[in-house]
Design a protein around this ligand. Sequence first.
Ligand SMILES: [Zn+2]
Length: 180
Amino acid sequence: MAIIRSPNEKHSFSAETAGHLPAWVNPDLDRLMVIKKVEGDFRSWAESLVDLPAGAVFARITGVTPVSLPSWSSVQAGRNLHLELNSNLVFVNHSCAPTLEWDMERMEVRVSRNRDLRKGDLLSFFYPSTEFEMAQPFDCWCGAGDRCFGRVEGAAQLGVERLGGYWINGNLSISLLPKT
Ligand SMILES: [Zn+2]
């Protein structure tokens, strides 16, 4: 006889077992990242609590709410689909030399393919890799030197040439192709 499990039951490990499972199996962002904030300031950032090799899955993106209009905190997942994250992933800032890649088709966050992730590293991703048009373009102070765009906008505004060398979501790549 088949045993029917509720969707939640899959992740209800005992506390003892859960501690030994990788955090992308037992979703628990608190074991993956720590949020830092400057007292009396709006600045905040996230740092890694784990060492992972380049390209490894860092976290699954779960518990999101779809919204039709982008905001400063939403992440684009399709042409007209934007997601509010409802989790500490919202504290992952933009960098022009990011440590993470956000794959919105697979709903997973991976370590950038060109570098390992070390405990204490700033967690960042390249916002134009998910945003076709950015709700609020901004001046960038990511500290990536020559690689910093200076002004960060959506993929559509930056254009396909300037995005060369960056991993970006498949739905954006298709939208960016010249129309023939
Ligand atoms: Zn930058």
